[in-house]
Ligand binder design. Structure first.
Ligand code: ADP
Ligand code: MG
Length: 365
């Protein structure tokens, strides 16, 4: 059974939010798992997560709680996934990369540089009975097309499966890395390719999912037995609501596609963590490219961590919490955590990305 950790992170208010709405964030910390939402208009309400990271939280706090256990597992050939989720501007990329991927001495460095350092620290490289191979691939999924961030000429890669290799992106660039510094150089190249895409293709990066795929192989020198752990970090496309009226053409198509893939991811996580007697054994990986790519890392005895990134401004992401508060009076809440299977209640056919954000926030219901 997979284990899933769901955390929320509030970034500091930015200068525009301060200017427009004053200095007060709309959330009040209760403790490390609970916060109260208030924006002055709605009834106050409490939300609960496995861990809440408030504005003053450090990047190292996020890594230690959410990523370190996964990295340790991957070094022992147990796969894992780390996903950042939330609206554009909420702090997904900041959490994932930090202000600059190459500033590896910076205390603000994000999950990616910490993960590669942690991984190479965990691998027992001085053990002569094991041969380690760490490979890195980076892909971006835009409108269900998979593009290689380490080689932009590969812009429509196919995802394939086979018994020996499991799921793989056919033809994707895979770079062998031998230490953290080398990994950071390649990550930085891939990330700058993403930014090139952004200006050329009209901010597509916030409308695309980005996956950083680490494959860690350990081969026993004695009996050539091979063990593989996959670690995938995903910076998901912005989950903002696109109003049905108003959005048209390309924006509407993008929104529908993102919506569909986020729902598919929700369904897969739901199915994987459903331990009810009547559960269906079929896991619907095939419903989107992102779930197909994540198949090996999510399935089996793996660990998954979701970081829901939010703005603390009443005008922003909190709007989604406000919507939720209207429909759920405080008296109906219990302080018990919801069973894992309810993390992503089955989305309806036209469920918007926003609703998944709401569902994540509804954890306490
Ligand atoms: P997203 O990737 O969700 O669209 P970003 O990560 O790009 O959002 O964050 C938007 C802005 O907010 C960036 O300028 C980023 O530096 C800043 N930011 C986000 N999270 C934090 C944080 N925890 N501390 C300081 N600045 C942050
Ligand atoms: Mg981003």
């Amino acid at each position: 059974m997979s284990s899933v950790t769901v955390c929320a992170r509030f970034r500091p208010l930015n200068s525009k939010e301060r200017r427009d709405h004053g200095d007060s964030p709309c959330i009040q910390s209760v403790d490390s798992e609970n916060f109260i939402f208030k924006d002055g208009k709605e009834e106050e309400s409490m939300f609960s997560f496995d861990r809440v990271f408030y504005q003053e939280s450090l990047q190292s706090d996020v890594y230690d709680f959410l990523a370190r256990p996964i990295v340790q597992d991957v070094a022992n050939a147990i796969s894992g996934t780390i996903i950042t989720y939330g609206q554009t501007g909420a702090g997904k990329t900041y959490s994932m990369e930090g202000p600059s991927i190459l500033e590896n001495k910076d205390q603000n460095k994000g999950l990616l540089p910490r993960v590669v350092e942690g991984l190479f620290e965990c691998l027992k490289l001085d053990d002569e009975t094991i041969k380690y191979t760490v490979k890195l691939s980076m892909v971006e999924i835009y409108m269900e097309k998979v593009r290689d961030l380490l080689d932009l000429s590969k812009d429509n890669l196919q995802i394939k499966e086979c018994k020996v290799l499991g799921v793989f992106v056919s033809g994707v660039t895979e770079i062998s890395i031998t230490d953290a510094a080398e990994a950071l150089v390649h990550l930085s190249n891939g990330i700058s390719n993403r930014t090139v895409g952004e200006t050329q293709m009209n901010m597509e990066s916030s409308r695309s999912h980005c996956a950083y795929i680490f494959t860690v192989q350990q081969e026993s020198v004695r009996d050539t037995r091979l063990k593989t752990g996959k670690l995938i970090l995903v910076d998901l496309a912005g989950s903002e609501k696109i109003e049905k009226t108003g959005a048209e053409g390309k924006i509407l198509e993008e929104a529908k596609t993102i919506n569909k893939s986020l729902s598919a991811l929700g369904n897969v996580i739901n199915a994987l963590t459903d331990d009810s007697p009547g559960r269906v054994n079929h896991i619907p990986y095939r419903d989107s490219k992102i779930t197909r790519i994540l198949r090996d890392a999510l399935g089996g005895p793996s660990r998954t961590a979701l970081l829901l990134c939010c703005s603390p401004s009443p005008s922003n992401a909190a709007e989604s919490l406000a919507k939720h508060i209207k429909s759920t009076p405080r008296g109906n809440r219990s302080s018990e955590k919801v069973p894992r299977k309810q993390l992503f209640p089955s989305p309806t056919k036209d469920e918007s990305c926003q609703r998944i954000l709401d569902k994540l926030s509804e954890k306490m219901k």
